[in-house]
Design a protein around this ligand. Structure first.
Ligand code: ATP
Ligand code: MG
Length: 555
C-alpha cells in the first residue's frame, strides 16, 4: 500500500473511546477479547462480535485474546471448544498467544473472593432460591438484607472454605458480594459471586465444586489478561456497575489503566434466531440435521451453505456497531455473499429440473467439445471445456409450448433461443406423458451461430443453459428457504410453531462433467440458477444453494 492510501473505516463509539484512550496515554496499545461460553456452536451474532473484537484490535495494531468463558460446567462440552476455534480461524482471525480459559484462573478467583471476604465485602448466604428472590425486592421496592449479611469476617472465611471443600450441598448456600440491597440497579443488590456445583469440568475435572458467576469471573479475567476494552452486548449494561465495583475493590486490579466494559447492541437477524439455547433445541429436536445444517445461522452452517469468510466480514462491517437493538434484514447478508461470489465464483452449468432436448439436425454420433469462460468478466480465470451433442438437458422452466406474452425470452415452439456458450436453437415439437408433463422437446440448431449472431440479422434475445446428456453427471440440489415463517421468531418461546415446513427442497438433475471434482464448500455460479457449493457432509455430488443471483424476497 502506498503511504498516502488510508483505510477509512466508519467510526463508532468504541473506536472513539479507543482513540481517546490512546491519545490521552491511558493505554499504549489495546487488548480486546472474545469470550465465548463453550455451550454451543457460534452463530452470525458471534461473528459480529468476533469481527468487532479481532477486527478492531487488528486495525489498531493491538491484540485480541480468545478466552473460553467456561464457568458453567453443566452445559459445556469440549466439542464446542473445537468448533469455536475452527470458526474463528475460518473467519480469518487469530488470537493472541495461547487460547485462554476462565477456568485456568479458578485459583485467582478464589483468592479474590477471600480478599473481598477479608474486607467485609462478601458473605456466605444460606437463603433458599425462593427466599433470595423475595428478599431481592422489585424495581419499585428496595430489597431486604439477608439474615447472613452480618456474619463475621472470620466466620465467612470458614464457611467459604467449607463451600470449597464440598461440605455443603448444591444450592445450600452461595457467596454474595455485600453491596447495596436498596440499589436502583437490581444487579447491585448483593449479587451472587460463587455457587456450588458438583459437576465434572472439561478442563479442571473434579478439582472444584464451587464455580464463579459470570459477573465475578469476567472482569477479573479481563484484568488478569490486561484487557483494555471489554466489549459486550447491551444486556450487560447494568452489570457494568458490578464490573467496576469488583475491580475497584480488589487491590491488585484497582488501577487507572484497568479494563473497562463497553456495550453494543446484539445482532438479531430476520427469519433466524441467535439464541444458542434455541439453536440447540432445533438440533436436539431434529428440526435441522445438526449445528451445521445449511439452514442454520451458525458460522458452520453458513460455511457449509457456501458463505465465504469475506462475505461475513463484509456483512459485519455493514451492520456496524450501535447501541440500538434492531432486527437486521437478511437481504444484507445475502447481498454480501452475492457480491463476493459474483466476483470470484467460477461459472458452470447445471440443470436442476431436467427435460431432454433433441436437436434433430445435429449428427447422431458426434460429441463436440466447446470452450466456455470460467468467468465472463475475468479472462485470467481461463476457459473450461463443455460438450454439445444431439441430446442435451435443459430446465423444464425454460420451455413452454406457447409463450405467455411477448416479453417471454425462453424456448417455445417456433421460437429461437441461444444455448449458453453454444448455438442458437429453435423448438419444433415435443412429447408429453399421459398427465400432460413435457418429456422431450425437439429442435433444430443453426450451425452458423457458435459464438456469433445469426448472419441474416435475426435477433435472438433469450439465452438458456444446458448440459450435454452423455457427459452429464447426476447431481442432487438442495434448495433452501427461510427456516422460519416469522421475520422475528424470537417473539415465540416455542419456535416449532414458526418453523417453515418447506425450508428444504431436494431436486435431482445434472451438472457439467467438470464438476465431478468440485471441492466441498467451494462456490460456483450455476449460470442463471444461482450460487451453489458442494456439500461437505454428503458422499455423492450434492450441491447446496447458497443464494440466488438476485434478491427475490421482495418481488
Ligand atoms: P446466547 O445468549 O445465545 O447463549 P451468549 O451471549 O451467552 O449467547 P457467548 O458465548 O457468551 O454467548 O457469547 C460470546 C460473545 O459473543 C459475547 O461477548 C457476546 O456478547 C457476543 N454475542 C453473543 N451473541 C451475540 C449477538 N447476537 N450479537 C452480537 N454479539 C453477540
Ligand atoms: Mg454469555
Amino acid at each position: 500500500m502506498s503511504d498516502n492510501v488510508q483505510i477509512i473505516k466508519p467510526t463508532n463509539f468504541i473506536r472513539n473511546q479507543i482513540n481517546t484512550d490512546l491519545d490521552s496515554g491511558l493505554h499504549n496499545s489495546i487488548l480486546t477479547r472474545f469470550p465465548p461460553e463453550p455451550n454451543g456452536f457460534l452463530h452470525i451474532g458471534h461473528a459480529k462480535s468476533i469481527c468487532l473484537n479481532f477486527g478492531t484490535a487488528k486495525d489498531y495494531d493491538g491484540r485480541c485474546n480468545l478466552r473460553f468463558d467456561d464457568t458453567n460446567p453443566a452445559k459445556e462440552d469440549i466439542e464446542y471448544v473445537h468448533s469455536i476455534k475452527q470458526d474463528i480461524q475460518w473467519l480469518g482471525f487469530d488470537w493472541s498467544g495461547e487460547v485462554k480459559y476462565s477456568s485456568s484462573y479458578f485459583d485467582k478467583f478464589y483468592q479474590c473472593a477471600e480478599e473481598l471476604i477479608s474486607k467485609g465485602l462478601a458473605y456466605v448466604c444460606f437463603l433458599s432460591a425462593v427466599e433470595t428472590h423475595e428478599y431481592r425486592g422489585t424495581l419499585k421496592q428496595p430489597g431486604q438484607n439477608s439474615p447472613n449479611r452480618d456474619t463475621s469476617i472470620e466466620q465467612n472465611k470458614i464457611l467459604f472454605k467449607k463451600m470449597k471443600e464440598g461440605k455443603f450441598k448444591e444450592g445450600e448456600c452461595v457467596l454474595r458480594a455485600k453491596i447495596d440491597m436498596s440499589s436502583s440497579f437490581m444487579c447491585m443488590r448483593d449479587p451472587t459471586l460463587y455457587r456450588i456445583r458438583f459437576e465434572t469440568h472439561h478442563q479442571t475435572n473434579n478439582d472444584w465444586c464451587i464455580y464463579p458467576m459470570y459477573d465475578f469471573a469476567h472482569c477479573i479475567g479481563d484484568a488478569i489478561e490486561g484487557v483494555t476494552h471489554s466489549l459486550c452486548t447491551l444486556e450487560f449494561q447494568d452489570n457494568r456497575r458490578i464490573y467496576d465495583w469488583l475491580l475497584e475493590h480488589l487491590d491488585e486490579f484497582n488501577k487507572t489503566d484497568r479494563p473497562h466494559q463497553y456495550e453494543f447492541s446484539r445482532l438479531n437477524l430476520e427469519y433466524a434466531t441467535t439464541s444458542k439455547r434455541k439453536l440447540k433445541i432445533l438440533v436436539d429436536s431434529n428440526h435441522v440435521s445438526g449445528w451445521n445444517d445449511p439452514r442454520m445461522p451458525t458460522i458452520s452452517g453458513l460455511r457449509r451453505r457456501g458463505y465465504t469468510p469475506a462475505s461475513i466480514r463484509d456483512f459485519s462491517e455493514r451492520v456496524g456497531v450501535s447501541k440500538v437493538n434492531s432486527l437486521t434484514d437478511v437481504s444484507i447478508l445475502e447481498s454480501s455473499v452475492r457480491n463476493d461470489l459474483n466476483a470470484m465464483a467460477p461459472r458452470s452449468m447445471a440443470v436442476v429440473n431436467p427435460i431432454k432436448l433433441v436437436i434433430e439436425n445435429y449428427p447422431n454420433d458426434k460429441i463436440e467439445p466447446l470452450k466456455a469462460p470460467v468467468h465472463p468478466q475475468n479472462e485470467a480465470m481461463g476457459n473450461r471445456e463443455i460438450f454439445f451433442s444431439r441430446e442435451i438437458y435443459i430446465d423444464k422452466e425454460d420451455f413452454t409450448e406457447v409463450p405467455p406474452n411477448n416479453k417471454y425470452k425462453r424456448l417455445a415452439i417456433n421460437k429461437e433461443v441461444r444455448l449458453r456458450n453454444a448455438y442458437v436453437i429453435k423448438a419444433t415439437h415435443f412429447d408429453s406423458d399421459n398427465d400432460g408433463n413435457i418429456k422431450t422437446v425437439y429442435c433444430t440448431y443453426d450451425p452458423d451461430t457458435l459464438g456469433k449472431n445469426p448472419s441474416d440479422g435475426r435477433k435472438v434475445k433469450g439465452v438458456i443453459h444446458f448440459v450435454e446428456s452423455s457427459k452429464a453427471i447426476s447431481a442432487e440440489f438442495r434448495i433452501y428457504d427461510r427456516l422460519f415463517l416469522e421475520s422475528n421468531p424470537a417473539k415465540f418461546d416455542d419456535l416449532s410453531s414458526s418453523i417453515n415446513p418447506n425450508s428444504l427442497e431436494i431436486k435431482n438433475g445434472f451438472v457439467e462433467p467438470s464438476l465431478a471434482s468440485a471441492k466441498a464448500e467451494k462456490a460456483y455460479q450455476f449460470e442463471r440458477e444461482g450460487y451453489f457449493c458442494r456439500d461437505s457432509e454428503s458422499e455423492g455430488l450434492v450441491f447446496n444453494k447458497t443464494v440466488g443471483l438476485r434478491d427475490t424476497w421482495n418481488q
